[in-house]
Write a protein of this length. Structure first.
Length: 356
């Protein structure tokens, strides 16, 4: 059945649902998708009428520029449902601003705010049953843009497709992660696209990460490309270090993603009176703190991962195991964040966005 709404989104509802075949207690991250998806094409210099349609394969020419020059950006968001059935997004305006910042860096057109939010709202209303209540449950939302123009000249495309797909999710990591501090490979460089959620940022780190995984590690904490002396971020997360009772994280720059969870942790730390320094963090400082017992915790922060504690790290052949803390900051921040997201705690900064 085809419908339209006042905001010009054409809606084609799925005739059936896949939800009854899904085991929500045993989900692999990003493998199961909801019944509908959002699609909007950029043609002739403007965004066309957006559509919501059943989730399905799409036809695209092999000459589409995304395959040849990598014009592709994406975002990661989540929807949460409280015990009363209300649905919330967490700081979605940050994601909207960042995907357009990413698009601009890759010479792609920015997406209209009204279409973005109305598309999200309508999609979540249609697939409401896929959002399960309870801490640990969420619906992961993946907005993305790709260059679709069928042309292989090395220049920006003139046609694009903006899409949103959704996947029910539980924890990304279900145990503490082991990390390797980068010594040779780099995630991004000065003047590059490290600050953007460009698809190529992730493709380029898969190989060095696979080498780390063969050694028994889950992730790499990347160091600066020039000297490899300063710690920056992990493959799927921004990173925090706790030395004694002080929290430290690397500053944003054109190599580091401006994480929504990261800035939320910094704000919560301020709210709780926890000293949080945003500054360069050297490998030598962290290794020395680990040796003298001052390093209490390392944890990652990201939309998919939420808060992921690190159990141990390796650098230059030395392995350092982190202590288990009863007053864990990682546990504290995860509880504070998830309770705000699930409408179980006060939202003093107006981070929750109710989908009505």
């Amino acid at each position: 059945m085809v419908e339209s709404n006042p905001n010009e989104i054409v809606i084609v509802k799925s005739e059936d649902t896949k939800i009854n075949s899904v085991d929500f207690n045993n989900l692999m991250f990003g493998r199961v998708f909801t019944d509908h998806m959002f699609v909007c094409d950029f043609e002739n210099g403007k965004w066309q009428t957006p559509k919501i349609m059943p989730y399905q394969p799409m036809t695209i020419e092999p000459s589409a520029r995304v395959f040849h020059y990598g014009q592709a950006v994406f975002e990661g968001m989540k929807a949460y449902k409280d015990d009363d059935g209300k649905v919330f997004l967490f700081r979605p305006n940050e994601n909207y601003q960042r995907i357009n910042k990413s698009a601009k860096r890759l010479a792609m057109p920015e997406f209209p705010e009204a279409y973005f939010f109305e598309g999200l709202k309508t999609l979540l209303q249609l697939d409401n049953e896929w959002i399960k209540p309870g801490l640990g449950n969420s619906l992961y939302i993946r907005p993305f843009v790709i260059a679709t123009e069928p042309a292989i000249a090395a220049s920006p495309a003139e046609a694009y497709r903006f899409m949103i797909i959704c996947s029910p999710a539980k924890a990304y990591y279900n145990k503490p992660v082991r990390v390797l501090f980068a010594e040779k490979y780099s995630r991004s460089a000065n003047g590059g696209v490290g600050f953007a959620k460009a698809a190529g940022n992730y493709a380029s780190q898969f190989y060095p990460t696979s080498l780390a995984q063969k050694k028994g590690f889950d992730q790499i904490i990347w160091t600066d490309a020039s000297t490899h002396k300063y710690l920056e971020e992990a493959g799927t997360m921004n990173v925090f270090f706790r030395i004694e009772d002080k929290l430290i994280t690397a500053p944003n720059n054109d190599r580091i993603l401006d994480g929504v969870t990261r800035k939320s942790v910094i704000q919560i730390a301020k709210d709780l009176g926890i000293d949080c320094e945003v500054r360069n963090v050297s490998v030598s400082e962290i290794k020395e703190a680990a040796k003298n017992g001052a390093l209490k915790e390392i944890f990652g922060a990201g939309t998919a991962a939420v808060i992921s504690p690190v159990s141990d790290f390796e650098h230059a052949g030395e392995i350092f195991k982190l202590p288990e803390n009863e007053d864990s900051y990682a546990k504290l921040f995860k509880e504070k964040l998830t309770h705000i997201q699930h409408n179980l705690a006060e939202d003093k900064h107006d981070w929750r966005y109710e989908v009505k």
